[in-house]
Design a protein around this ligand. Structure first.
Ligand SMILES: *Cc1c(COP(=O)(O)O)cnc(C)c1O
Length: 397
């Protein structure tokens, strides 16, 4: 059984803040500053270039990938770290299209995160091979899988509403129709148990700065099914994905297994920060996280619906089809969220009218939920949000 009280103490959370935005940027592990400082001083400082061998920097993307693998049901040697999620989406989709020749549709839904869709558009343009991006409603994905679909590219949990696709079922349907699946786990990894192998996912990608608490700009991960990895010819054929990077050959030969999905020099400092969070994840059972997250969200929904009748639930009420976040529609959502943040409850706003709250049992408990509900209720009933300063838009919402 996960000891959540102990786990909460392993994070730095500022005084007076209830942090309901860990689905966008997780908080700082207490151990991170000292670990990063010692990496900088003892490894970069004293080892200099010898750190690549002596401190294991070169193997770090695979080593950390295996630790992420444990959280998403991926066996050792099938996950590697690097780059940003947008890049990993591009890589996964390019590889997926490569292994399904003769079909020209990439199917996705309009609940997908825009960057995934933009990357698909860019890839299709550079391939110039007549692929078409088909974007349908989330509920229409299943019916849209036909014999022209090469790749079904979906984000499991909708970033705005928290609606969750049935990954195993859609993958099964896609496979039966002869397509392969790319799953984006940005709002899944660290939010609930994920089983990429059990679901039969062909490719899966995700970031590590959201529920996984790796810090701003923490590197992304990519999983490729053992069934495909040896057939995949990486579109981003960088030297560190080469079979022998230090042979400096003039022709590219893909490295063995998942190593071929590496591109260039790994972000050692960022991976080191992420490792301090993974030390915490080693003490956590994701089934406990899921159970606790459902409890907290159900409590929050009940409280908000009782105290703030003008807000309408934009997330599924049924926890089995919901991720670890909950959203409400709110006409003056931007100002309401600014007022909330000013009163110590940090969530976020997604245009045009969604206020969104992430529930992360590693450091959010029932008392936090009760306080957040009463602060929100006060802001709504007293109209505290209706002040000019709360209407001024900032760059990052
Ligand atoms: C957060 C998120 C991204 C962000 O991609 P980056 O390249 O890391 O900025 C992409 N896709 C999805 C589904 C996300 O939730």
């Amino acid at each position: 059984m996960t000891d959540f009280d102990h786990i909460k103490g392993l994070f730095h959370l500022p005084e007076g803040v209830i942090y309901l935005d860990g689905n966008s940027l997780g908080p700082l592990p207490q151990a991170a500053p000292a670990r990063i400082a010692s990496m900088v001083r003892d490894e970069w400082g004293d080892m200099l270039i010898r750190g690549w061998n002596k401190a294991g920097w070169m193997e770090q993307p695979g080593r950390v990938g295996d630790r992420i693998g444990r959280l998403i049901g991926a066996p050792p040697g099938t996950v590697v770290m690097g780059d940003t999620l947008s890049i990993k989406v591009y890589q996964a989709l390019a590889s997926a299209l490569d292994i399904v020749p003769g079909r020209n549709v990439v199917l996705t839904d309009n609940g997908n995160f825009p960057s995934d869709i933009y990357m698909a558009e860019g890839l299709i343009r550079s391939l110039g091979a007549g692929h078409e991006l088909r974007i349908v409603d989330p509920e229409a994905v299943e019916a849209a899988i036909d014999d022209r679909v090469a790749v079904v590219m979906l984000t499991e949990v909708d970033y705005r509403t928290g609606r969750r696709h049935d990954m195993a079922n859609l993958t099964k349907i896609a496979h039966a129709a002869g397509a392969v699946c790319v799953w984006d786990l940005a709002h899944s990894a660290g939010a609930f148990p994920v089983d990429v192998l059990g679901a039969g996912a062909d490719f899966a990608v995700g970031c590590t700065y959201k529920y996984l608490n790796g810090g701003p700009g923490a590197p992304a991960f990519i999983f490729v099914s053992p069934d495909h990895i040896d057939k995949v010819q990486p579109a981003l054929s960088g030297w560190l994905g080469h079979e022998a990077p230090f042979a400096f050959d003039l022709d590219y030969r893909a490295g063995s297994g998942i190593e071929r999905m590496r591109v260039g020099t790994p972000p050692v400092m960022a991976l080191t920060a992420l490792e301090t969070s993974l030390d915490i994840w080693d003490q956590v059972d994701l089934a406990d996280v899921r159970a606790r997250s459902i409890e907290l969200i159900d409590m929050f929904i009940a409280g908000v619906e009782a105290g703030c009748p003008s807000l309408t639930l934009a997330s599924p009420r049924d926890a089995s089809i919901r991720g670890s976040q909950v959203s409400f529609r709110c006409a003056d959502g931007y100002a309401v969220m600014q007022a909330l943040i000013d009163h110590g409850v940090i969530g976020d706003f997604r245009a045009p009218d969604i206020i969104r709250f992430g529930f992360t049992p590693l450091y959010i408990d029932a008392n936090d939920v009760k306080s957040a509900v009463s602060i929100l209720e006060n802001i709504m009933t007293q109209r505290l949000w209706d002040q000019p300063r709360y209407h001024e838009r900032q760059t990052v919402t």
